[in-house]
Design a protein around this ligand. Structure first.
Ligand code: XIL
Length: 318
């Protein structure tokens, strides 16, 4: 896939989210990665809860091992992620922020985390999600009032971005969000947030559009809408990464394949689109908790038990 994309867009990394476990233990899976992808995003290994389980304690082993794998295969790495409500360790979530004194202490702890982590990875990441999913879960345009917000106020992305820049001035910075893939209020809010962050001294290069398509009836992404979206961010001087694309096969493999191809083709056609990433490689390792709380296997990726799906064929044609 990377080689095919390079024919029209030699600059465009085609990546996948990857976990170390299957990569290290399953040779077929590792081969698929080498064969198809030129970049990877650690699926969970660089989230705060993975990197710092206790205050002042850092566990870099898994993330470092993934970086070693990527580097040995010449793959670029996108870091994921610094400020993310859902994936903070308990100590971070529960930092007291009631008084000014509390907030001074939580500011120190949070900035210490950013500096330690970004300094550790400096020079090895091409790009990084400095803020992930800033807005209320699933929809809406209100910022989640996490510990970053409670410590620094609504302009906390400025603080995160500047701290990242101080530790690694070369890493490209992104704010990543779901449900902002097509024009609408949530996309407007994301654009406003990034513009304001940069006006106030931040260093954000662009946005990540997750492009999770769980229901083709309600969240399908059309070529027109995505092209308009890319134009909008491009006109604002921002880049766009398609950061976590996956598509349900509930409406059949053909509809799934078509949706995948639409997103990639549109990305290939716009210089504003600077990365295309699928959220996983093989359905074998793709599990989710459904509405009834049951653990179910996903069927939304490019391989199923080592076999290419029609979605992969469609991407190759795109
Ligand atoms: C998901 C991982 O894929 C799961 O393994 C984990 O249990 C929960 O997080 N948006 C994001 C990603 O930005 O970090 C999420 O990753 C999927 C949704």
């Amino acid at each position: 896939l990377q080689a095919l994309a390079a024919r029209t867009r030699p600059d465009l990394p085609i990546g996948a989210a990857v976990a170390l476990g299957p990569l290290a233990s399953d040779t077929d899976y590792a081969q698929q990665l080498i064969g198809e992808f030129g970049a990877l995003t650690p699926e969970n290994a660089m989230k705060p809860q993975a990197l710092s389980p206790l205050p002042g304690v850092y566990t870099f082993e898994e993330a470092d091992a993934l970086l070693d794998v990527a580097e040995s295969r010449g793959m670029a790495v996108h870091g994921h992620t610094i400020a993310f409500t859902e994936a903070m360790p308990r100590w971070m979530q529960e930092l007291p922020t009631d008084s000014a004194e509390d907030r001074a202490a939580s500011a120190d702890a949070l900035l210490g985390y950013v500096t330690t982590v970004v300094t550790h990875f400096r020079g090895r990441l091409a790009s990084l999600d400095v803020v992930n999913e800033p807005f209320d879960v699933d929809q809406g345009t209100d910022l989640q009032q996490n510990v970053w917000y409670r410590t620094f106020g609504p302009d906390y992305p400025v603080v995160v971005s500047r701290a990242v820049h101080d530790a690694d001035p070369d890493v490209a910075q992104f704010v990543n969000e779901n449900g902002a893939d097509v024009p609408g209020e949530r996309q407007d809010a994301l654009l406003d947030l990034v513009r304001r962050t940069n006006e106030l001294g931040g260093y954000v290069d662009g946005v990540g559009l997750q492009a999770h398509v769980y229901d083709l009836g309600t969240d399908a992404i059309s070529a027109e809408d995505l092209a308009t979206t890319l134009d909008t961010f491009g006109a604002a001087g921002l880049q766009v990464r398609i950061s976590e694309n996956d598509v349900t096969d509930a409406e059949g493999a053909d509809a799934q394949a078509e949706q995948y191809a639409t997103v990639l083709t549109t990305c290939l056609g716009s210089p504003t689109c600077v990365a295309y990433t699928t959220w996983g490689v093989d359905d074998r390792y793709d599990w989710f908790v459904d509405d009834d709380g049951d653990l179910r296997q996903g069927h939304d990726l490019l391989f199923d038990d080592g076999h290419p799906t029609p979605a992969l064929e469609a991407l190759r044609r795109a």
